[in-house]
Design a protein around this ligand. Structure first.
Ligand code: PGA
Length: 263
């Protein structure tokens, strides 16, 4: 019996602030579409381009099973919030929003409270959310990963309920593994994802928690993705840098579909 929340793996492609050119964004989507389409029976894929490219990418994806998401949003629906984007504005063409990415927490000072408000706003607007959590390198070195991740999960999900479980995804992304080429040891990832499931169970109840998906993220590539997606309790990966190279991301999709196809 697979212990994962769903039969399909979830691969989320976080493009971050790339590419700078909108035409390249469209080329990237066209480059990965055949591999994703070939794997739809076993892999669900969501692409997260920067805000200005969402519309163009949505047009290319129309009629396909590939999902689309934003990398962030605000917690209010409308009003005097210069520069912010509301989940209600994304609803027309996005199915997903990422909140609490460590780059936002570390570089822009986003707090757990802000992340909790954003996660709730995404869910209230009928979208699915990926809430990112993960410890810094100092915490990892000091053996404090469990403590930090537990606190982040509790605080970031403070406004979520059992009813949200099937639209709630938690990405465990150790900050030291992001963009560093130092992907986490699968054993460490597994133990932390198991802890996350336990904490979510305490928060929303065991039945609902079983529907919550948990991903690993941090220097995932075609050569190491198998070591994560084959882990029990791991529902897929959040991929950054490697999702910007069409060939590499296509391989990630293929390897994942092979692992899930054999279940
Ligand atoms: P990376 O980024 O795959 O480039 O490490 C992952 C992420 O930040 O989501």
């Amino acid at each position: 019996m697979p212990q994962q929340a769903t039969e399909k793996a979830l691969l989320a492609a976080n493009w971050k602030m790339n590419p700078v050119d909108g035409g390249e964004a469209v080329d990237l989507v066209r480059g990965v579409m055949p591999a994703i389409t070939a794997a739809t029976e076993s892999v669900e894929v969501a692409l997260f381009p920067p805000f200005p490219w969402l519309l163009g990418v949505a047009e290319v994806l129309e009629g396909s099973s590939i999902e689309l998401g934003a990398q962030d949003c605000f917690w209010e629906i409308s009003g005097a919030y210069t520069g912010e984007v509301s989940p209600a504005m994304l609803k027309g063409w996005c199915q997903w929003v990422i909140v609490g990415h460590s780059e936002r927490r570390v570089i822009l000072g986003e707090t757990d409270d802000m992340v909790a408000r954003k996660a709730a706003a995404v869910l209230t607007n009928g979208l699915s959310v990926i809430v990112c959590v993960g410890e810094l390198e100092d915490h990892y070195d000091a053996g404090r990963s469990d403590e930090i991740v537990t606190a982040q999960v509790k605080a970031s999900l403070a406004n979520c309920s059992a009813d949200d479980s099937s639209r709630l995804v938690i990405a465990y992304e150790p900050v030291w593994a992001i963009g560093s080429g130092k992907n986490a040891d699968p054993e460490h990832a597994y133990k932390t994802m198991r802890l996350i499931r336990r904490v979510v169970s305490e928060l929303i109840g065991a039945g609902a928690a079983r529907k919550v998906r948990v991903l690993y993220g941090g220097s995932v590539n075609a050569a190491n993705v198998e070591s994560y997606v084959e882990l029990p309790l791991c529902d897929g990966c959040l991929v950054g840098g490697a999702s910007l190279k069409a060939e590499e991301f296509a391989k990630i999709v293929k390897v994942t579909s092979e692992v899930y196809g054999h279940r």
